[in-house]
Design a protein around this ligand. Sequence first.
Ligand SMILES: Nc1ncnc2c1ncn2[C@@H]1O[C@H](COP(=O)(O)OP(=O)(O)OP(=O)(O)O)[C@@H](O)[C@H]1O
Ligand SMILES: [Mg+2]
Length: 320
Amino acid sequence: MTLLDIENLTVSFPQHQGVVQAVRGVSLRVAAGESVGVVGESGSGKSVTCMAALRLLREPPSRIAADRLELGGIDVLRAGRGQLSALRGRVAAMVFQDPMTAFDPVFSIGHQIVETIRAHRDISKADARAEASALLARVEIKNPDAILNSYPHQLSGGMLQRAMIAMALSCRPQILFADEPTTALDVTIQAQILHLIKELQAEFGMALIMVTHDLGVVAETVDRVVVMYGGRVMETAPVQDIFDAPLHPYTQALMASMPGRTPGKQRLVEIAGASPNPANPPTGCPFHPRCAVADAHCTAEAPAFRALSDTRAAACWRLA
Ligand SMILES: Nc1ncnc2c1ncn2[C@@H]1O[C@H](COP(=O)(O)OP(=O)(O)OP(=O)(O)O)[C@@H](O)[C@H]1O
Ligand SMILES: [Mg+2]
């Protein structure tokens, strides 16, 4: 069953200097229970794609369009306020790099998790609080009842990250978007939290979209990888194929720059040349200025993203 179905998504931000084209025709499908890693260098449109899927971007200034944008059967672009609220609790949840963005500094952690639960379910405050406490215990917080009474600024980064995951899971979403959920933490805690997210994914039977710069994390956590560049998807393939037999020249450049697969140590390396300017993207394939095998066709016309087999797809004229 397809849970997230994105076809030809574009997101732009009109500005004085011109229009920033953050996402330029992304198509992405995620099945129930599937875990997908999204990789690509800074500014490639990973976060904006996730935010747009949940309609978390302010419109205006952002402008979102798609041939299809469905999440759990809900037409995201036509959803009303009530449907969007259900979408963001029961269907999907998101955890961010900075947990302070998920919590309101003026309310206790407990209050915020209880309110989140009660916004989506008809359940008493006491029951919601018991559930919140159990969830905090599940994310390996040792003294859950004390933490429920704490305020966000009283917790360490790692604790707050765990509390944010607990809050995200409190409505039992079918899909979790995790946008660089551990980059701000030290390496040992990163590994623990990623391990936890993976465990919870299996336990809750959720789909997972994991945005990360860490290819070691990708190798250990996901079934399939989506490689983004310049606001487009360059390639998607099962995780083993991305490492063993990358097809797109950009994916090949990424893999060539990667010596091993230890989580926390395999930050995506910048490859030679400048990233495309999203306010003035190159003609044709966005990667052509940095591509070793680009020809006139690549400069003139953007390649369509197309299937190469049952499990693989890419946008590259040289793979035609
Ligand atoms: N609110 C905004 N207004 C204008 N431009 C924006 C806005 N949000 C994002 N952008 C631009 O959209 C492009 C894609 O941004 P996005 O945050 O999705 O990149 P990313 O792949 O998540 O990068 P990173 O790995 O650094 O998190 C970037 O050029 C960014 O500057
Ligand atoms: Mg981002």
